[in-house]
Design a protein around this ligand. Sequence first.
Ligand SMILES: [Zn+2]
Length: 538
Amino acid sequence: MKRTALLGAMVLAGAPLAFGEDHDLVVRNARVVDGTGAPWFRADVAVRGDTIVAIGPNLPGPARREVDAGERVIAPGFIDVHTHARRGIFEVPTAENYVRQGVTTLVEGQDGSSPLPLGEFLARVEALPPAVNFASLVGHGSVREAVLGRADRAPSAAEIARMQELVREGMRDGALGLSTGLFYVPGTFARTDEVIALARVAGERGGIHVSHVRDEAAGVLESVRETIAIGEEGRLPTQVTHHKLIGRASWGQSRDTLRLIEEARRRGVDATVDAYPYTASSTGLSAALLPAWALEGGTDALRQRLSSPDTRARIRAVVVGKIRDERGGGDPGNIRIAACAFDPALEGMSLADVLRTRGKDATVENAADLALEIVERGGASGVFHAIAEADVERILAAPFTMVASDGEVPVFGRGAPHPRSYGTFARVLGVYVREKKILGLEEAVRKMTSFPAARLGLPDRGLLRPGMKADLVVFDPATIRDRATFEAPHQYAEGVSLVVVSGEVVLEGNRLTAARPGRVLRGPSARPAASGRAAVAY
Ligand SMILES: [Zn+2]
């Protein structure tokens, strides 16, 4: 804060800032894609401290640090609205997989699952600190588990009140809103009215609702309707996260789900979508393939059910159906083990591969038996190829869809994770903008920046404007690409040449710096009233 008096005088006099040397960083000769979706323009971008202070042609210099963008694009740092970054961020605080895609903010607490109390967890992240910003939702499933355990029953009035108090506490601790995972145990045991009662509490405090919907296969339409109802009756913004249609029978239904969102928006429901650019999903094997009732009560209860031949047969029948018609896409070769603690040798193998090494035919029935065996031995996460490219394209193209990875922070080389963790943002820019031309460059950047920032209530990020925080990415739109594949996921994206977080350079050229300027971004009801949306009266 040097020269404050002089600068203050100049600003008061209405004179333009003319002290190039007072800029800590100037990125010159860039195509500015400002995050609004407006066409790019040629300008320099100047930063002082953690803030963008000027954007315009031929800004005076020299600055303390100057970077020639060489006609590449400069954009606001990308905001990833759906991550599982607490897997890995403490081991890999550089979040290199995300930084190399230009991501500068990660949002955790998804799918109904968040650490509780959230404040303690966020303080640990803050103490780390990571290279990128970090925010979180509070998870309905975690709140429900704290009050009801993994029981499949409705809560009493007192239990609802207790859950509301935990949501309130999460919001006070800095949550951006409430996430639900109505597909997962225990969230799936909740009826819609329970979720609405909790969503209201988040909404009253300026939060949003983000949902991994109840069913992304046969019940997807009903599930999208439910997500809309939670927003409508809970009186808060609502979002279908990582929207996808699983299993051949549901392919093409994105026409109908997107129409439902459109209709809801027309009548005044603030409903939106996020999605990742891949035709495979990833989650736990048991969540993906077993019926929810089999998972009630936790691992011991499941093992007990599997030890009874009758119950096992009923569970197996569901698993067969899900491999044939849903996540398995009709072929055990479509299900690949991502991470398996009890036998890492299985990682990267499909269920069909494992069966063949045992001299068995890769039938759906044999795969179901193998899946049950894996679940009994401690479980595994999987990658499931059962999504149609046409749905991915249609969902990404919708104006109310933003980009999210659903990824984590992998330890480089460990396991066989879904490539989305390494590739999502670069893939949208390389494949869906440059190659397929499904999206314009400026529109794709909007879906990664100002749109999620507005959605999440982050008022000072997501736009290139003087006064905004200096989260920046410079990339070459002609070369940016994802390299991570399902076969070889541990490959960083290419084409990003500069990443700045709160004014500090975390990547330049092809190298990460030692800087870890990431901050915890807390939501509206944790902020002091003077500085954010909490000033709005409820
Ligand atoms: Zn999810």
